[in-house]
Design a protein around this ligand. Sequence first.
Ligand code: DX5
Ligand code: ZN
Length: 237
Amino acid sequence: MRNKSLKEFLKPLPRISVSLLNSDLADLKNVVQKLESAKIKVLHLDIMDGHFVDNLTFGPQIVKSLRKHTRCFLDVHLMIENPQKTFKEYIYSGADLIVFHYESLNEDDIENLIFEIKQNKIFCGISIKPKTDVEKIFSYLKLLDLVLVMTVEPGFGGQKILFDCINKIKILNEYRRDNNLDFLISSDGGINEKNIKEIILLGCDLPVVGNAIFKHKDFVSKTKYILSLTKRIKYNI
Ligand code: DX5
Ligand code: ZN
């Protein structure tokens, strides 16, 4: 177990986590170095297995290779079936935070997986798909470092945000305050310069941004611009 909470560990809070999914995956080393030059501290790595979601991305080998080239905090989002079978590979590869999906394993196994991840001195989060009620994860919140609210159906970058999901951020923020907890709230999918302020004001501490950055050729300027927007907003936590 870590002796610090994720909130303490990341202080000052990094503001955004950049999803590399829609970046030039053949040039990851350079992409990451450029993001670091824009003062990005957290990278969001989308692991998809072609079963839990229709898309297929990369596995632990790429995480391991990337780890050699960056000191960024690696936020690993597992969109895979049976994460309990392979999560250790991502830990050995250098993940700092493992986020698995509530929907990807039996409810009876969830607590166990949280403990196993945290036993490895790695931070642990749970993600919920748009159709999953946020109340389903209330009983785990005291054990978690982060909750990742999906604001698109997981599988692909560049989708439009589903605004119906963002109320979950508000509910989690209120639950956190009322129960004196300090897990972080992250949200993922369709976040851009137009909606990021609203997301943060609802209580999101770590918005994930992907396509809104990488659809631009000059993604470094776009990253700096989006970061500058977040600096004017008061975060909840
Ligand atoms: C979707 C992924 C997201 C996605 C975010 O399944 O989990 O991380 O890449 O990217 P944008 O910002 O493009 O929606
Ligand atoms: Zn993701």
